[in-house]
Design a protein around this ligand. Structure first.
Ligand SMILES: Cc1ncc(C[n+]2csc(CCOP(=O)(O)OP(=O)(O)O)c2C)c(N)n1
Ligand SMILES: [Mg+2]
Length: 727
């Protein structure tokens, strides 16, 4: 017999026999009608679990991870306000149901539509069985363990800043708190540990962070037990994080302790950790049989502690409801859910690729028009730099000025990253910005890339426009799930209702002379190119960088896009093109009104013998190679792709149509997801035959004299170009 049926039969027979589990008397705090309301939420959660399994069996439901045993979360919801943003553990159906009840809504049908993957599912539009609701301030979660915790820290941080500087698209009330729940095994994940540490680190400095962590401790993660006492031992005394503990099987105690914790978090504006004991009924998920790794006695002991049975006892003790009345609610809830489910499975489902992909790209949002800063505000911010604007400058300086103008124009922009503030960045790109805009808007974060990205995502949830920085591309990789798994999927799984627009600046790519080796010269962008919906921009000179950055901010601010702005480190200080002091790679600051539209490529020259298609450092090297080509009578044009994801393939084909040959120059690795692969494919598919490519080797980058040995060179480009035109 399936465990779900055993638990159900147990409930019926034990309630009928008044054989209820022992426990403490009700903790005062909940009125009788509140207890009954919470019990109703618990019953609905339980019924939905059972129905989801039945739906799956009938081929009408597709995902059955359940909440049975965790229904005490209804009492946590009751202790919070429905506007407190909640990033939920996947077992928190009871929380969502109880929150809906706070607003007088029933959410059963919505959730059944989600189980049925119906396109009418209000949260994901049929893309996943997720908890979530825009009206209930519950963003949908991916199933990646703990990955929602860094952004919960970010959202909580945003509350303090929003008090001082409310952004135009603010979504959270001034006195809100943020809640994030997770399992006991998840608490060990490095992502979770990073979030606890960041919360503690922040609170330790008395920076406001109204964040309630809720650990639902059922003692196990799939089949691996959490050592007894581990959660309490590790969280009882963490700096900056107040520990609370409650028995999640008892709704009255859970409510009382959660209310106390919420009050602490809200009034002190400090983070707390609520440790809630729960049980896990039915095993981990649909196909999991707990008896294959736990003894029958262990499984039965958990089942004997069914929280619904505890609620029946507590309500009887409090005189709120008799066991027979409780039983009637349980049965009638199940009947109602079955009835609604029978209708939900008849609703339409997603069918085509276009249906599925409709929410990959978030909808635009209206933004208040801005005329930009007054000349007085600019003069005050730029100071002596204003004069220097008439002179050609290297890229790092022009990016700094573009950031300054953007921050003057858009008060909701906030920068965050390691060393971006006081030091002004490793390469000085963010120099003076903290002096210009204050510590609130240029945040020196702690050293944790997941926390930096989580801060950005969380702040975007509350209407800020984050511009986080990752110090070097190689260090994106230990945090990339925050972009790949979280930021990029949010519009998709919320049917465009939740977004986290941002412009993520990353210093990257190779060619730094005498510095770094691989970890400071990472030339792989494969992990950014394959993320649906993400825009990847890469400028090649300072003026382009300024104009592209403006477009990136517009894309994030107005179109809610997730944008990565990849800054070629080696070109930051570049002044000369071919000879010392020729100043050939410096540019003057383009007027504030000038932007380069998304998808527009750059075209240098009109030669028809050859088109060189490239980007970033490849632009610089190809311009050098062009001198050799001209000497050899080859008329070339050089195309700057600028946008590496999605690649502007149509524009590239159009711009090379009248050229006799096309050479792709790609500083990424030859067979590792660099743009050249897609470009060569597009050219071949378009019937172009005289095509070739120059790429980096499939290698990491060395330090010292061989720093560029594995990368395309100007000489190599010229050689490949001449070979191609002479074929
Ligand atoms: C990063 C990541 N690794 C592995 C998994 C697979 N997985 C899903 S749930 C789970 C166990 C989680 O246990 P716990 O946090 O205690 O939550 P519970 O299911 O017990 O409520 C694992 C390993 C995952 N979803 N994400
Ligand atoms: Mg667990």
């Amino acid at each position: 017999m399936p465990r779900s049926l055993i638990v159900h039969e147990n409930f019926l027979s034990r309630v009928k026999a008044r054989d209820l589990p022992a426990g403490a008397p009700p903790t005062p705090g909940l009125a009788p009608h509140e207890m009954v309301a919470l019990f109703r939420s618990q019953c609905l959660s339980r019924a939905l679990d059972r129905t989801s399994r039945a739906m799956q069996k009938a081929g009408q439901g597709f995902y059955t991870i359940g909440s049975s045993g965790h229904e005490g979360m209804a009492a946590v919801a009751h202790a919070l306000r429905p506007s407190d943003m909640a990033f939920l553990h996947y077992r928190d159906a009871a929380f969502q149901i109880a929150r809906a009840a706070q607003l007088g809504q029933s959410i059963a049908r919505d959730m059944l539509l989600s189980f049925a993957s119906s396109s009418e599912d209000p949260i994901s539009g049929g893309r996943h069985k997720v908890l979530g609701s825009k009206a209930l301030a519950i963003p949908p979660q991916t199933s990646t363990i703990a990955s929602h915790l860094p952004k919960a820290v970010g959202a909580a941080y945003s509350l303090g800043l929003a008090r001082r500087r409310p952004p135009e698209h603010r979504s959270l009330p001034v006195d809100a708190l943020v809640m994030a729940s997770f399992g006991d095994a998840s608490a060990n994940h490095s992502t979770a540990q990073g979030a606890f540490n960041t919360a503690g680190w922040t609170a330790f400095q008395s920076v406001p962070l109204p964040l309630l962590f809720v650990c639902e401790d059922n003692g196990i993660g799939i089949s691996t037990k959490t050592p007894r006492g581990w959660i309490e031992a590790s969280f009882r005394a963490r700096p900056g994080l107040r520990y609370f503990r409650a028995d999640g099987l008892d709704i009255t105690e859970t409510y009382a302790v959660a209310a106390e914790a919420a009050d602490y978090v809200r009034s002190r504006r400090k983070p707390a950790f609520l440790h809630l004991r729960t049980v896990r009924l039915y095993g981990h998920a649909g196909a999991d049989l707990p008896t294959t790794y736990l003894s029958r006695e262990e499984v039965e002991a958990e089942e004997a502690n069914d929280p619904l049975l505890h609620s029946v006892r507590l309500m009887a003790d409090a005189g709120a409801l008799t066991p027979d009345e409780a039983l009637a609610i349980y049965l009638e809830t199940q009947e109602r859910v079955d009835r609604v489910a029978a209708e939900a499975v008849t609703r339409p489902r997603l069918k085509t690729a276009a249906d599925v992909m409709a929410s990959l790209i978030p909808p635009p949002r209206p933004c208040a028009p801005t005329n930009g800063p007054s000349s007085g505000a600019r003069a005050a911010a730029f100071g002596a730099d204003l004069k220097a604007m008439a002179e050609p400058q290297p890229m790092s300086r022009l990016i700094n000025w573009a950031l300054t103008d953007l921050m003057l124009a858009h008060p909701e922009i906030v920068l965050m990253g390691e060393d971006v503030g006081r030091k002004g960045g490793v390469y000085g790109v963010t120099q003076k910005l903290q002096t210009r805009f204050g510590c609130d808007r240029v945040i020196d974060t702690l050293l944790d890339e997941q926390s930096i990205l989580g801060l950005g995502i969380g702040m975007a949830h509350n209407g800020f426009l984050p511009i986080p920085e990752i110090q070097f591309l190689a260090y994106l990789h230990n945090a990339e799930d925050q972009i790949r798994g979280e930021a990029a999927t949010l519009p998709f799984f919320s049917n465009g209702q939740y977004t986290n627009p941002m412009v993520l600046r990353i210093a990257g790519l190779g060619y730094q002379k005498g510095f770094g080796g691989h970890f400071h010269n990472d030339n792989s962008i494969a992990v950014l190119r394959d993320i649906p919906g993400l825009i990847l921009a890469c400028p090649s000179d300072g003026a382009e960088a300024a104009m592209m950055l403006r477009e990136c901010v517009r894309l994030a601010r107005e179109e809610q896009r997730l944008v990565v702005f990849l800054e070629p480190i080696a070109l930051y200080p570049m002044r000369d093109l071919t000879e010392e002091k020729d100043g050939g790679w410096m540019r003057t600051y383009p007027d504030r009104s000038r932007r380069i539209p998304f998808g527009e490529i750059g075209c240098h020259g009109e030669g028809q013998d050859l088109a060189i298609v490239t980007f970033g450092n490849g632009m610089y090297l190809s311009q050098q190679a062009n001198f050799t080509l001209r000497e050899n009578g080859v008329a070339a044009r050089i195309l700057d792709l600028r946008w590496l994801a999605p690649l502007p393939l149509e524009a590239m084909l159009e711009a090379t149509r009248d050229c006799r040959a096309v050479l792709v120059v790609d500083e990424c690795r030859r067979s590792a997801g660099g743009p050249a692969e897609a470009l060569m494919t597009a050219l071949a598919e378009a019937g172009r035959t005289r095509i070739a490519r120059v790429t980096a080797e499939d290698s990491f980058i060395a330090t010292g004299p061989a720093y560029a040995a594995t990368l395309p060179s100007a000489a190599g480009i010229a050689e490949a170009a001449l070979a191609l035109v002479r074929t």
